[in-house]
Design a binder for this molecule. Structure first.
Ligand SMILES: [Zn+2]
Length: 343
């Protein structure tokens, strides 16, 4: 995964690539941003660019200053071993079965980072889900982040930087990864063999996360959007709250195997949020190129009749709160009932 293959984030990738080229990359970095937008892949690209045996100039559309950044070749032995996770100088830390990153894992990595790289030029330590570092584990890491061994780079990857200790945050310059545009996700899906219609429909529902789009099969995401649309339309047409709540059970669908009811409802709700965001675009006459669901324009127009203005804003806020409540382990059926009453 060289820099040129990371989807979106052109400005950040440009910056990272030039920092590698100019040897100005900070020894510890925090990649923050929503799940599934490419933070881990960008960290891998940094590791490859630092250790590639046949470094190239960074090339690709959107990169501002041609010739000022470097990129990995992606095919030399160092690049392929990094991509497979078996390069001796590129180390990964992630939560174990307990869901936490243990202090022993951190001590081990800190010890190993003291030695010179075995094969590569720079040792790169990638800590995924860094928010899973318990405070003692963060403290164990702190001294290394303060005075990193000269040939090591630490990259902390997280969607929840707010839960890290301020002492850790202050030592790691933070790169904010934004949600991807629907257009970027659609392009990436087409590059992976999806046809354009499916790719656009899935991209619309993935809420800026290529990870979501890839994880969930295209069919399921499109179903989520259909369902979200139906609930919005039916709830919108029913003024009596007691009757409106009858729409709630259809939001709690039987999930495919390996997916929890909670994650399934979250997927439906994200689809709903993206539809409501599009309604806002149409209702306010904003730039229609930003529509995520442009492929179902007549649906959006119908929804805009009901959800323009204050009602739409309220509904969007309610979906947002419902997603937050799901993250905080609120009951799935309770969340669905509550939400439908707010629409
Ligand atoms: Zn290479």
């Amino acid at each position: 995964m060289p820099f040129r293959d990371v989807v979106g984030h052109v400005r950040l990738i440009d910056l990272l690539s030039r920092s590698v080229a100019g040897s100005t990359l900070p020894p510890s970095l925090l990649f923050a941003g929503p799940a599934g937008v490419g933070k881990h892949l960008a960290a891998l690209a940094v590791a490859q660019a630092l250790n590639c045996l046949d470094v190239k100039q960074l090339a690709g559309s959107g990169f501002k200053v041609p010739g000022s950044g470097v990129d990995a070749c992606g095919v030399c032995p160092a690049c392929t071993r990094i991509a497979r996770g078996v390069h001796p100088d590129v180390l990964f830390v992630s939560p174990g079965d307990s869901g936490a990153i243990k202090i022993d894992q951190v001590r081990d990595i800190v010890d190993r980072a003291q030695y010179r790289p075995f094969e590569g030029r720079r040792r790169v330590v990638i800590i995924d889900d860094a928010d899973a570092l318990a405070p003692p584990a963060q403290n164990a890491l702190l001294k290394t982040l303060e005075e990193p061994p000269p040939s090591s780079v630490f990259i902390l990857v997280t969607s929840r930087p707010d839960v890290l200790l301020p002492t850790v945050l202050s030592r790691c310059p933070q790169l904010r990864f934004r949600p991807l545009s629907a257009a970027d996700i659609a392009t990436a899906l087409m590059a992976r063999g999806h046809n354009e219609t499916d790719a656009r429909a899935v991209a619309a529902t993935a809420d800026g996360s290529l990870g979501h789009a890839l994880q969930e099969s295209a069919g399921e995401l499109v179903e989520s959007r259909d369902l979200a649309q139906r609930v919005l339309e039916q709830a919108g047409a029913q003024p009596d709250p007691a009757r409106r709540i009858e729409q709630a059970p259809q939001l709690v669908t039987k999930p495919p195997s390996g997916v929890s009811e909670r994650d399934q409802l979250a997927t439906h709700l994200r689809a709903m949020a993206v539809l409501l965001r599009d309604v806002e675009v149409l209702a306010t006459g904003a730039d229609e190129r930003t529509l995520a669901n442009a492929d179902v324009r007549p649906v959006l127009e119908r929804l805009t009749e009901t959800y323009r203005g204050e009602r739409g804003t309220r509904a969007f806020a309610a979906v947002d709160r419902a997603l937050f409540a799901l993250q905080r382990n609120a009951g799935v059926k309770l969340v669905a009932d509550w939400l439908v009453l707010q629409l």
